[in-house]
Write a protein of this length. Sequence first.
Length: 181
Amino acid sequence: MGLTYLQEDLVIIRQSTPEDLAALEAIYPAAFPDEDLLPLVRSLETNEPRVLSLVAVNDGEVLGHAAFTFCTAGQSETPLAMLAPLCVAPNHHKQGLGSALVKEGFDRLKAQSVEKVLVLGDPAYYSRFGFSQENDIQTPYPLPEEWAQAWQSVSLGPALRVASGSLNLPPVWMDPALWSA
């Protein structure tokens, strides 16, 4: 898949490249000052081949990023993906960039036969994409009780195969701190 253009060709959504890492290292701390997501972002961008990583770019400037990690659940081979992290530079919020990154990711994942996308995030935000509470697939570590509704999924088409059990993710996701308050 090529490029997706938004806002009269001003914003391009494309696959990230190694040259984008410096920009990602700048926007994540600005967008999430209370969370250190840089080790995760660096690992996904440099060490993990099973990731669809997209950036929103305007005139050469990276404005947003979304990573979708390919995964499975339990004993199933059903192709799944986990959306995380998702970030938009604070001075570009409320412009539809996050939504565009998610929707472009969905389109590319569908083309790769991914059946379901999972996310650990704010239900008020992610429900706009069709996400709802996930009950069949468990996170690698127990979630804090107040996060129960934040574990969500959306099917990308008719469910051809049922996936259930514990989520199988690459080692970068096996840090318990990523799954706790």
